[in-house]
Design a protein around this ligand. Sequence first.
Ligand code: 2HG
Ligand code: ZN
Length: 465
Amino acid sequence: MTVLAPIDELKTLVEPGKVLTDPTSLDTYGKDWTKHYPPAPTAIVFPKTIEQVQAIVLWANRHRIALVPSGGRTGLSAAAVAANGEVVVAFDYMNQVLDVNTVDRTVVCQPGVITEQLQHLAEEQGLYYPVDFASAGSSQIGGNIGTNAGGIKVIRYGMTRNWVAGLKVVTGKGDILELNKDLIKNATGYDLRQLFIGAEGTLGFVVEATMRLDRAPRNLTAMVLGTTDFDSIMPVLHAFQNKLDLTAFEFFSDKALAKILGRGDVPAPFETPCPFYVLLEFEAVTEEVLDDALGTFEHCIEQGWVLDGVMSQSEQQLQNLWKLREFISETIAHWTPYKNDISVTVSKVPAFLKDIDAIVGEKYPDFEVVWYGHIGDGNLHLNILKPENLSKDEFFAQCAVVNKWVFEIVQKYNGSISAEHGVGMTKRDYLEYSRSEAEIAYMKAVKAVFDPNGIMNPGKIFAVQ
Ligand code: 2HG
Ligand code: ZN
């Protein structure tokens, strides 16, 4: 009997040519959008069926080989990075929409379906998939579920979790489970579906997902307003929320705007320079709604919170205003930023902002700090840009020192050290700032149930045991 080497055996489990080991593929599929860890996987495997995924998991258990899931690789916490000789399981060939049900308003997706593909499909049905973010053109549904992705519409629609009706998973043990079977009501014990959402691939693979759709929004209209200072942002939010159902409330600083305008392909919203800007959006369904929006804008000016503003009058103008916010992450990537993705409850945002701003000013005096994020739901993206003269490693090491101060404040406010990007490798050493020791012990115990041999994305969320 011939005994095959593990990678040769792996090749027998999938279609010919669906295991890659060339340096370019290892580099491409071994990393996400983070630049902290050099990719070093052993191989990339592309399953086409659930049975193939199951066979790969059983193979990995037999040989004790670690697996890393790979979707669109747009993650920002190094949860889909294979830096330690793992085998990457990429879902590019499991990218089909399997069913659309307009009565249940659900779509059954394979994990490799691109977010934007689902959004377009919903639109074709006169419906709406509301989880949206700048990387929707590349990110995959499986990855969105893995990180419980949020984005720009959370204030109205919530996170990915709200839109997952059912999941099919292959656990780290190799069992296939059908979770929740797409039911709206199902009071039959533990909802294991929820454990897999946001698990960053540490419990098993999502191999099929039934996603819910909503009614399409009507006449979405955006305003970009320039505020007098940091403190004026939340009063503006509350003033608008008292009158309108907002579908988004984002903010960014003058530094972020300067970087966007530096690209040369996005028009400025208006001339008046302001330290901060908010972008809010609502469905302008009646004249009354528009009157309320304009009246609230005037009220904000009278109160001294807002210096200037603009409202979209067409789809094109709406898109252009959104570019001001949506292009920030991609634009500042050029400066190899250190990313913080922190959140608190909305009522705590003003005090939290003050504390964070003070510490950042004190500890990062020489670095350029760019603020932006989903402030309407309490989520701030604090990006620190790398000065040209500092090496990447030196810069990240200096940021790690400041993390302690930032995360102590997060902890003081009962906030989260990762609101929507996941823990991955970049935030795993800080987990105890958001989760208690007992909670982490329970989380590890849960992992051991689904993945007793620790083959599923080890070193993500927690360090390897
Ligand atoms: C966004 O809101 C993304 O633009 C990326 O979550 C945030 O780049 C970031 O820090
Ligand atoms: Zn975000």
